[in-house]
Design a protein around this ligand. Structure first.
Ligand SMILES: Cc1cc2nc3c(=O)[nH]c(=O)nc-3n(C[C@H](O)[C@H](O)[C@H](O)COP(=O)(O)OP(=O)(O)OC[C@H]3O[C@@H](n4cnc5c(N)ncnc54)[C@H](O)[C@@H]3O)c2cc1C
Length: 477
């Protein structure tokens, strides 16, 4: 996402751009999986801030149609005691649902979402849309307003502390704490400012592209190609060659590619550990805690489930312990929260008639050892047992095909260190400032985009990194 956004913007500004991609397909984490007659989005499934994609597609010299639908129901939440809660995108409807099901005061819910909006509007112009590492960006009205309001941003309270003060029911607290996982963080450690995230879903909306998430990649690739960006697949970069601390060319098995400017969209660890000489390594920055990874089962299911929707969550009973394990042990909690995404609910061609394509994801620790994962069977047993218990079925009889992607596989396929999904975690109040800048202060001509650098992981922020980098490049050159 970071690379495509950067390439589109730079090509539009008149630069000659080549994308060197080690895989034989584009999109990185946002790619496709075809299994028997089922299609899956292999990585991201939640689409927010679609305007960021629209803004890029508008730069195409030929019109590109990109259709997406706003979701009325964001998520179906299932609890072990049989409680089911639907999160409606419309605030009042959602507040009424929480009043009926969890005895929450609807005014508290509405106020929480208003606060989320305030957090977003105060911080987005400072933290998300500009380089945090250029002093001049701090001298403007929105930044000064943000700094004056910073005492309201709850930087010294954790997300969990803030949520437990507001809500009566521990299920509501769990539901809102879950938003920390949207950037791979721990709600019991991350600052309450992460309560910014519900604003994206509730106030701004969650969407599904007409042809599934893969449509985002496909349309951005089409746009880049229309602007003259050249794609080289199966083209792994082995080294970034420098001369007098300035970039010169990229070394690959198929030859050298000279460049005046190089933008890396690969994980920071990979760039510093494999592509550059050791003397450039920012050791403190690389030593920071990583965001969580994921373990995914892709199941072709020979049944349709009326009680399920596009996004479904089956909560663990002990959320705090789940996060303690996620960040302190090397395998997921034995009773993990399970996310089931079923794109065939909206994209009918994704599964044969009467069937569904289940993307079943559990948050998993990032794979520090970078070795193969050894808990697959145990995790699968726990996941199936939990889903069977809550849905009152036997999934073993219904799964007709399966593929698995684990933290090790995520690292092999995309280069993310230990398979972490969003670069560094945001478990620290200073984490926004501790992300790598979008440029190298030591190497002239080297820039960075993507989820492991500023402003962060996830599709929207990776796309914004492309905007920040391309603006830096145009200004610097
Ligand atoms: C399972 C999963 C679920 C997710 N869910 C969501 C979600 O619901 N919503 C959301 O917004 N985000 C989600 N994310 C996160 C989101 O996918 C990422 O933050 C975003 O796609 C990262 O984009 P990126 O620009 O960092 O590049 P990446 O997708 O990491 O791509 C990097 C690219 O660089 C290539 N590369 C690496 N090294 C080299 C090399 N040496 N030479 C050449 N090429 C190289 C890789 O092959 C890859 O194509 C999810 C991620 C995963 C894996």
């Amino acid at each position: 996402m970071g690379a495509l956004a950067t390439a589109i913007r730079l090509a539009n500004a008149g630069y000659g751009v080549k994308i060197l991609e080690k895989n034989n397909y584009p999109g990185g984490k946002l790619c496709n999986l075809e299994l028997n007659n089922f299609r899956f989005d292999k990585g991201p499934s939640l689409f927010t801030l679609p305007n960021l994609v629209d803004d890029l597609l508008k730069l195409s010299p030929k019109k590109i149609d990109f259709e997406y639908k706003k979701l009325d129901v964001l998520t179906h939440y299932f609890f072990e005691d049989g409680t089911v809660v639907k999160s409606f995108s419309e605030t009042k409807k959602f507040a009424t649902e929480l009043q009926l099901k969890l005895n929450e005061d609807p005014i508290t819910i509405e106020k929480h979402l208003e606060q989320s909006k305030f957090f977003y509007e105060t911080t987005a112009p400072i933290f998300l849309e500009k380089s945090l590492h250029k002093l001049k960006n701090f001298f403007n009205l929105s930044t000064i307003k943000g700094i004056l309001n910073s005492y309201k941003l709850q930087l010294f309270t954790t997300m969990h502390q803030a949520n437990s003060k507001k809500f009566k029911n521990k299920k509501t607290i769990q539901l809102f704490n879950r938003y920390a996982t949207y950037n791979g963080s721990n709600p019991y450690k991350a600052p309450a400012l992460l309560n910014i995230i519900p604003h994206l879903e509730f106030n701004l909306g969650a969407y599904i592209p007409k042809n599934g998430m893969i449509d985002i990649t496909n349309k951005l690739v089409e746009c880049a190609a229309n602007l003259g960006v050249e794609f080289l697949f199966n083209c792994e970069v082995h080294h970034i060659e420098l001369e007098n601390d300035s970039v010169r060319y990229l070394k690959t098995a198929s030859g050298d590619y000279p460049a005046d400017i190089i933008v890396s969209d690969a994980d920071m660890h990979l760039v510093y550990n494999k592509l550059l000489e050791k003397k450039y390594t920012p050791k403190k920055l690389l030593a920071q805690e990583k965001s969580s990874s994921a373990f995914i089962f892709y199941w072709g299911m020979q049944k349709q489930f009326a009680e399920l929707d596009l996004h479904n969550i089956f909560f663990s009973e002990n959320y705090e312990q789940e996060f303690t394990d996620l960040f302190n042990s090397n395998k997921p909690y034995h009773d993990p929260t399970i996310y089931v995404n079923i794109s065939s609910k909206y994209c009918k061609n994704d599964a044969p008639q009467g069937c569904e394509n289940w993307f079943v994801m559990v948050n998993a620790p990032h794979n520090k050892s970078q070795k193969e994962i050894n808990y697959k069977e145990e995790l699968k047993k726990n996941v199936i047992a939990k889903l069977n218990r809550i849905l009152k079925v036997d999934l073993n009889d219904l799964i007709v095909c399966e593929e698995i992607l684990d933290p090790y596989g995520i690292e092999i396929q995309t280069g993310s260190f230990g398979g972490s999904l969003y670069g560094n975690s945001s478990n620290n109040k200073f984490s926004a400032f501790l992300r790598h800048a979008n440029y190298s202060s030591k190497i002239k001509g080297l820039y960075f985009a993507g989820g492991s650098v500023h402003p962060g992981g996830g599709i929207p922020l990776s796309l914004l990194s492309g905007k920040i980098v391309s603006e830096l490049i145009v200004n610097d050159n």
